[in-house]
Design a protein around this ligand. Sequence first.
Ligand SMILES: *Cc1c(COP(=O)(O)O)cnc(C)c1O
Length: 375
Amino acid sequence: MITHVEPTESISPPRAWAEINTSALQHNLRVAHEVWPNIAMMAVVKAGAYGHGLEDIAAIFAKQGVTFLGVANVGEARRIHRAGITIRIYLLGATWSEERREIVEHDWTPCISSIAEARSFDQIAREQGKCLRVHLAVDTGMGRGGFVADHLPEVLATLRTFTGLEVEGIGSHLPSADEDEEFTKKQFLRFAKIIDDLGGPAAFKWRHLANSAGLLGYDPLECNLSRPGLMLYGVSPLPEFQKKLRTVMSLKSRVTLIRELPAGHGVSYGREFVTQRPTVVATIGIGYGDGYPRHVSGHAARVFVRGKYFPILGRVTMDQMMIDVTDAADVCEGDEVELFGPHIPVSEVAAKADTIPWHIFTGITPRVSRIYIDG
Ligand SMILES: *Cc1c(COP(=O)(O)O)cnc(C)c1O
């Protein structure tokens, strides 16, 4: 059943759309809770909920009782707030000074990577007569933000002198939980040791380290909050857990044209593909302008139409691409085409484009309608 279409202008019939299965999303959320039972969750919804639609997805997670929503920036926090969603918002990266007043006003939760940032938040919070809850960010290997471990006791002592701040949590991030098990295990142990050295678990209400791969593949140790993103959207960064998850997004389009080309005829820009035989070519109404990656060109990428797979011919163009349907007499103009979804994992498309599923999801452009279904 279709529950919602975004954007809501007339898009009938859409050329390229993403069906978002909200039941599958809720299933994946339950899986995350089962893998780390009794551990609270920050559902990561940055980058428009990984291209799935920020407000719609945030509302579902809020209803399912996650503890925080993780966003990349104030713009995303603002959109969640304006949608009337009231659960706590956590900012996953550092903040600009211009953003801080608004953060304090709404009691969004920043992670602190520098004393200067903490001082600035402290001042604004005291001006507003508030005590802002913040998390201490620790760099245990990612190299992107946070304090490095050597100076942490002094850092924490300084932060605790700021009366406008409450250091409510401690967090770190895993750079290679899906690539380097040994390093990641050590990182979990190091994070636990850091917490112990700073007063033990009781010193921090929230302790968090794990992204999807961290949650799926490792024990929480002293963590009591997880931060999954990708797995909630149905893709496991660790392939052995993929069968537990359900596909949330299916990227779809339609056959717009069917033509017969003679042998020796080029197909698409650069004429990298030339027909070897008389070939029935179907043109499809989706391209890299919709976020389907142009980089799959020449790597035997395939699409799914009427229960069968068909190869993409030549380069993906901005708004259209061509497939070989010579062997399928039943394919017609108007037929629905799956670019990825239940029959073609997004990880397959990502691999053929030499990138990662996170990149494919977040690259789906606004002209692709998001259609919310439960089923
Ligand atoms: C994006 C992000 C996550 C979620 O990562 P997934 O691999 O998508 O689960 C968790 N924590 C931080 C700090 C992030 O930036």
